[in-house]
Design a protein around this ligand. Structure first.
Ligand SMILES: NC(=O)c1ccc[n+]([C@@H]2O[C@H](COP(=O)([O-])OP(=O)(O)OC[C@H]3O[C@@H](n4cnc5c(N)ncnc54)[C@H](O)[C@@H]3O)[C@@H](O)[C@H]2O)c1
Ligand SMILES: [Zn+2]
Ligand SMILES: [Zn+2]
Length: 376
């Protein structure tokens, strides 16, 4: 089959690889109908996640048709159309029972944290879904059957960025009357803005430096936007215009944010888990007693982390990988009831064969790219 594979730092390729097969009795194999590229994939391609061998199949936002099901799969069957949430989860450990699927105790032989599809050996070594076929483990837990009357485009983001953005707003405790700052206007940031508005936030301020993404937030969602490259000390500026800071700041940037020269050197020396530009802005833009949610992915350790700024101002800090399974059903209901739609962020629908080009435009923010869907 064809698959998009990591081929060393800054390089991906579409290659012919071996088809996946059923390895355990509760696995399924799906024939992929749509798969998307995520900001999290860029962290892998940039070499910021350890234990990423050459030839590793990328992709954790995938849906398709069940081609084959192991004998112990009873939730779904051959021929079903399913979306596959990105965390691999057993469904019966303490963490799964408490709906913290992204920290499943039984899905990652290589470490303490949970396993994720297509996300390096550090996170379980599971081949990803930017391919013709995908093996899905624990098929009684993750994959969810979806109705035929909705398009792939309407449903695909249930695999990750819809739950993730919803979760950020949810654990941030966003409520009507709140002022919410969203850092980063990529796919995750834009959907976070939409959910914050859905929850009734009174004022939403979106921050990025990519003009067309800020335009999307302003023109389509009608929120205030700020370009952090046009304003000195954006964190203090936000504090000023919000009279003391936002109730909730949601970082949808992560470790690939804009890096200072010092951060570049420190990252090379492994003193830094890459950029913490968004964390620094968050520490200033939040009000005393407010909440900061790090939805953006971070790794390794951080030198000069502004811990004192958070501590002295009584900030609540929340973060982690989204336990996506927990949010699929409620969001699917909102899609069915036509109360929420995420298709506006799709700018490109390309063939899987165009994978290399797709990664390039998404990474370099070219051709007004926000979200790419690939069709095998
Ligand atoms: N926690 C989870 O479970 C989870 C799930 C999915 C994605 N993510 C993470 O969410 C983040 C965003 O994903 P995406 O697909 O939207 O990525 P993206 O790369 O398309 O978007 C990131 C945006 O942040 C902007 N940016 C860079 N530095 C900034 C700064 N200092 N302040 C404000 N904006 C800045 C970039 O210009 C870019 O538009 C990534 O870190 C991704 O790994 C986390
Ligand atoms: Zn993702
Ligand atoms: Zn588990």
């Amino acid at each position: 089959m064809r698959a998009i594979v990591y081929d060393g730092m800054q390089d991906v390729k579409v290659k012919n690889v071996e088809d996946p097969s059923i390895e355990k009795s509760d696995d399924i194999i799906i024939k992929v109908t749509s798969t998307a590229i995520c900001g999290s994939d860029l962290h892998l391609v940039h070499g910021l996640v350890p234990n990423m061998p050459k030839g590793f199949i990328l992709g954790h936002e995938t849906m398709g048709i069940v081609e084959e099901a192991g004998k112990d799969v009873h939730k779904i069957k051959k021929g079903d159309r399913v979306i596959v949430p990105f965390p691999v989860a057993c469904g019966h450990c303490w963490y799964c029972e408490h709906e913290l699927y992204s920290q499943c105790d039984n899905s990652n032989e290589n470490g303490e944290v949970g396993g994720y599809l297509g996300y390096s050996n550090t996170y379980g070594g599971y081949a990803g879904g930017q391919a013709d076929y995908l093996r899905v483990p624990f098929a009684n837990i993750g994959p969810t059957k979806v109705p035929d009357e909705f398009t792939d485009e309407q449903l695909l983001f249930l695999t990750d960025i819809l739950p993730t953005s919803y979760w950020g707003v949810d654990i941030g405790g966003v409520k009507p009357e709140d002022t919410v700052v969203v850092l980063g206007c990529g796919p995750v940031g834009l959907l976070t803005i939409k959910w914050a508005a859905f929850k009734g936030a009174k004022r939403i301020i979106a921050v990025d430096r990519v003009r067309y993404r800020l335009n999307h937030a302003h023109n389509i969602y009608g929120v205030e936007v700020l370009n952090f490259e046009e304003i000195d000390n954006i964190g203090e500026y936000i504090k000023e215009i919000t009279n003391g800071g936002a109730d909730v700041v949601i970082d949808c940037v992560g470790l690939d944010g804009k890096m200072s020269t010092i951060e570049k050197i420190e990252t090379a020396l492994k003193l830094q888990g890459a950029s913490k530009s968004a964390i620094e802005i968050s520490s200033q833009a939040v009000r005393k007693g407010g909440t900061v949610v790090l939805v953006g992915v971070y790794g390794l350790r951080y030198n000069n982390f502004p811990l004192g700024d958070f501590f002295s101002r009584n900030i609540t800090l929340k973060m982690g990988q989204c336990p996506a399974q927990a949010y699929v059903e409620p969001i699917l209901k909102l899609i069915k009831d036509k109360k929420f739609d995420a298709t506006d962020i799709i700018t490109h629908k390309l063939s899987l064969d165009d994978g290399k080009h797709a990664y390039e435009i998404f990474d370099k923010k070219e051709d007004n790219c926000i979200k790419v869907i690939l069709k095998p």
